[in-house]
Design a protein around this ligand. Structure first.
Ligand code: SF4
Length: 424
């Protein structure tokens, strides 16, 4: 979401006559887009701002994104060289804010969560010429006990189905063949127009846009994840067979403390739907270890869940206390050392699962979208519909095949990627 926000910001500024440069050193205006999902990420922002100041004297600095929204004007106190602070819900105000800066205002803020949305701006300047992000829903109405997002991105607002379909068709005409639908909870999508589509209906619609060969979506919340979504994947070969469904813990007790609003049994029902789909669906997830109250038995339940689901990949983190969140009221009784121990065990456990799962692909021929060429290894890099990275060789040719689709036979596997050769 942040990467795509940056694409919108760059496009908006370029539309105002600014030009983008490659490094902060070359810039007169430095905009720093930030994430506050974990304490570590937030600390990095202030360290980086300090370094920017030392290395880039005389420039104008702006802080964007979730740290901007969360810390607001306090950023001016901690980093007095910053002139502008703007949360993601206010990016459509950026042109006016920049005018104020140019007019000599020393401090400008855009922190309202109540501004009119621009899911995609006419200027969105996408970094990748083949795969495009499309925001379908902003904000979040859930109240997960550990999460800052409802405070930094505001309540849920969906784009109309008509504008999503128009955007997808425009992208196809511009040469994009893959789109990724984005939102904190894409499956909470609710078309605000009289069409009134839910997320599964939107998937059906986007899956039929001529020229769009692959559709991905992220992120899903288990509570709103319906069987209809799997049925839509079954019906539409253009919908990729990969679902990211964050679970966070394998213990219903911990899930209750996290205010995730589903039990382990309810989560497993969704996994069963995916496992009985017509095409084999790759399943990935997020886990937090060391949430307040997590016992050794709860942690063991999470390891057992990994064995049962056999995730294709996992994003795992240690719990950290975040401002404004309900979990602040809970005692963070698990030491950093213990959280690190659990995280290391979890990641090692998952690594063994990925080695087993990826080995099953050896001998398989898979269609890959070519993402680029790695000069260091002399191999092309491609991505399967299941979101597996395949490094592959093809008969030497100077032709740049980035963005095309190729059949690749998998010859070897590792925990995080596959190796193969292009099928002639
Ligand atoms: S669903 Fe929970 S974890 Fe995800 S953005 Fe919303 S509050 Fe945060």
């Amino acid at each position: 979401m942040n990467a795509h926000d940056s694409e919108k910001v760059v496009g908006t500024l370029v539309g105002q006559g600014y030009s983008q440069v490659e490094t902060p050193e070359d810039a007169e205006l430095v905009l720093y887009n930030t994430c506050s999902i974990r304490d570590k990420a937030e600390q990095k922002v202030f360290n980086r701002l300090d370094r920017f100041k030392r290395e880039n004297k005389g420039k104008t600095f702006a802080v964007l994104g979730c740290v901007a929204q969360q810390e607001g004007e306090k950023i001016f106190e901690r980093a007095p060289h910053v002139s502008m602070v703007c949360g993601s819900a206010s990016y459509n105000q950026l042109p006016q804010m920049l005018v104020q800066l140019e007019a000599g205002n020393k401090r400008v803020t855009g922190l309202s969560l109540d501004t009119e949305d621009t899911f995609e701006t006419p200027y969105t300047r996408r970094d990748n010429p083949h795969r495009a992000y499309v925001t379908i829903i902003e904000g979040c109405d859930k109240k997960c006990a550990y999460c800052v997002v409802p405070f930094t991105r505001g309540p849920e607002r969906s784009s109309t189905s008509d504008s999503v379909l128009r955007e997808a068709a425009d992208l196809a005409r511009s040469g994009y063949s893959e789109i990724q639908l984005l939102g904190q909870n894409v499956n909470s999508y609710r078309d605000p127009s009289p069409t009134g589509w839910n997320f599964a209906q939107l998937l059906d619609g986007v899956g039929k846009v001529p020229g769009i060969r692959r559709v991905r979506f992220t992120t899903s919340h288990p509570r709103d994840f319906t069987k209809e979504i799997i049925d839509a994947i079954d019906r539409n070969p253009n919908l990729c067979n990969h679902v990211h469904l964050p679970v966070q813990s394998g213990s219903t007790e911990v899930l209750r403390g996290m205010q995730r609003s589903y039990s382990l049994e309810e989560y497993m029902l969704r996994i069963q739907w995916m496992k009985s789909a017509a095409r084999p669906i790759a399943i990935t997830s997020d886990i937090i270890v060391g949430f307040p109250g997590e016992t050794e038995a709860d942690f063991e339940a999470t390891l057992a869940l990994l064995d049962e689901v056999e995730y294709d990949a996992l994003f795992s983190f240690k719990y950290s206390r975040r401002p404004n969140t309900p979990a602040l009221a809970l005692e963070d009784h698990i030491s950093e050392e213990e959280k690190s121990r659990r995280l290391a065990i979890l990641q090692e456990h998952q690594r063994a699962i990925q080695i087993r799962r990826n080995a099953q692909y050896v001998g398989v021929v898979a269609e890959c979208m070519v993402e680029g060429f790695n000069k260091a290894t002399g191999q092309w890099m491609g991505r399967t519909s299941q979101h597996k990275m395949v490094n592959f060789l093809r008969p030497s040719s100077d032709e740049d095949i980035t963005g095309t689709y190729l059949e690749v036979r998998v010859t070897r596997s590792g925990p995080n990627s596959l190796v193969g050769e292009a099928v002639q």
